[in-house]
Ligand binder design. Structure first.
Ligand code: URA
Length: 434
């Protein structure tokens, strides 16, 4: 089967056959000898991005991607196994908080996460800001982590959904991320391979999300819940606001600090509340009663923080970071603030601009091979709705490389809007789809 013919089918708005999807996925898992080159894969990704896929194509693509590797079988480890996944946001470090909280409540959490994608951050990049933290767990190491800590936080092993690994990296740098079938298949191929029984999805909506409108976000949530459930995974989705960054810290090491502060009970209200609600859904899916009360107790007692400390230790990281943030390589040598030009209120902080700026000062990747500077980022001193006086720092940009900072500065400068009155508060959790 010629790759050009498959691309042409989708380019012209046709439906791909199972054989065509199989050929694409096989090639993504192993290009050598397939007759496909990376440019064929990206051309087909763009055709899918532009013309979409039917529900049947999406379901089949998901299965084919999951079957491109091995599926973990954790059925011999007793206990409910539940994971959470986000479609990607800015300042979204909830995984680092809710994983430990859910584990502290008795859920086994084999969490397989991704790296930054487009302007959004990734859990693996954040965890790697912790010196020594190993996200490349083997199946045996994951089993050990689940037995000892109840939580393992890792990237895809090379055997899990290898097709997604290739396609994820290509989408990241070819403007083909924001596609409902591609996101559905990418997320669920990994989740179906993880050996879990339940999945809580956080589908972000708004400027800083890949789905900018409520309608598109609902479509994505429904697609994930439909395909997940059809494949035997109890799946529930929350649609949550991502117009402004979540919490106050954006950037890998900074987000680790904010996660630890949240587990110590000092987190910002939006981040704390969302983490608690998502963790409570995980605990519910695990069949444990009084889920939300148990999660709140794990937060106040420090049981969640204790799990995070053990998780860091178990995965080779330096657990002293919990008490000594300087071990995370912060602060960076340079900081430039965005100041309030007058007395008034911050009315808006554009999450996408903040995400792009953090990426561009070195906190993310513009090309697949870029190295991340974990210590750079943006601290939000005044969130939307907060009052400021002329000259107050609203954002602080922490960076190392002057050239990168200069390139990012126009984006950063345009991210904040001021006004005379606070904006009306918007709910963070907008809808749930089960
Ligand atoms: N997270 C994933 O794992 N895949 C996507 O496509 C988007 C977010």
């Amino acid at each position: 089967m010629r790759p050009g013919d498959v691309i042409q089918t989708k380019r012209d708005g046709g439906e791909l056959s199972r054989a065509q999807i199989d050929a694409f996925v096989r090639a993504a898992a192993r290009t050598e000898g397939s007759g496909w080159e990376p440019y064929h894969l990206t051309a087909l990704l763009m055709a899918i991005y532009l013309n979409g896929m039917t529900a049947a194509e999406t379901a089949y693509l998901t299965q084919a991607m999951a079957d491109s590797g091995t599926r973990l079988d954790l059925s011999d480890i007793s206990g409910p196994k539940v994971d959470k996944h986000s479609t990607g946001g800015v300042g979204d470090k909830t995984s680092l908080i809710l994983g430990p909280l859910a584990a502290a409540c008795g859920v086994l959490v084999p969490m397989m996460s991704g790296r930054g994608l487009g302007h959004s951050g990734g859990t693996l990049d954040k965890l790697e800001a912790i010196p020594g933290f190993n996200v490349n767990l083997s199946e045996r190491q994951l089993r050990d982590a689940l037995a000892k800590v109840g939580l393992g936080m890792m990237g895809q092993t090379k055997d899990v959904a290898p097709a997604d690994k290739t396609l994820y990296a290509l989408r990241d740098v070819t403007a083909t991320v924001e596609s409902i079938p591609l996101i559905t298949a990418s997320i669920l191929s990994k989740k179906l391979s993880e050996g879990i029984g339940g999945l809580v999805m956080d589908v972000k909506t708004g400027r800083g999300a890949f789905m900018k409108t409520r309608a598109r976000s609902r479509e994505l949530a429904e697609s994930i819940v439909r395909v997940g459930t059809a494949n035997g995974l109890r799946t529930t989705a929350m649609i949550t606001a991502m117009d402004a960054p979540l919490g106050r810290y954006v950037g890998n090491a900074l987000e680790v600090i904010e996660s630890i502060e949240t587990l110590k009970g000092n987190g910002p209200p939006d981040l704390t509340e969302l983490s608690v609600k998502l963790a409570a859904r995980m605990v519910e899916l695990a069949g444990i009663a009084d889920a939300e009360a148990k999660v709140r107790a794990a937060l106040t007692s420090g049981a969640g923080l204790d799990v995070f400390r053990k998780c860091i230790e178990q995965q080779g990281g330096d657990p002293k970071v919990i008490d000594e943030y300087s071990r995370l390589g912060v602060p960076t040598p340079s900081m430039v603030p965005v100041k309030a030009p007058r007395d008034g209120y911050v009315t808006d902080i554009d999450a996408e601009k903040v995400g792009v700026a953090v990426r561009d000062v070195g906190g993310g990747r513009s090309r697949a091979e870029d190295k991340i500077d974990h210590s750079v980022g943006i601290v939000i001193r005044a969130k939307p709705g907060e009052q400021v006086r002329a000259g107050d720092n609203v954002l602080e940009v922490w960076f190392r490389d002057d050239t990168k900072f200069a390139a990012a500065w126009p984006t950063i400068g345009a991210a904040v809007t001021f006004g005379d009155a606070p904006p009306s508060p918007e709910p963070l959790i907008l809808e749930e789809i089960t």
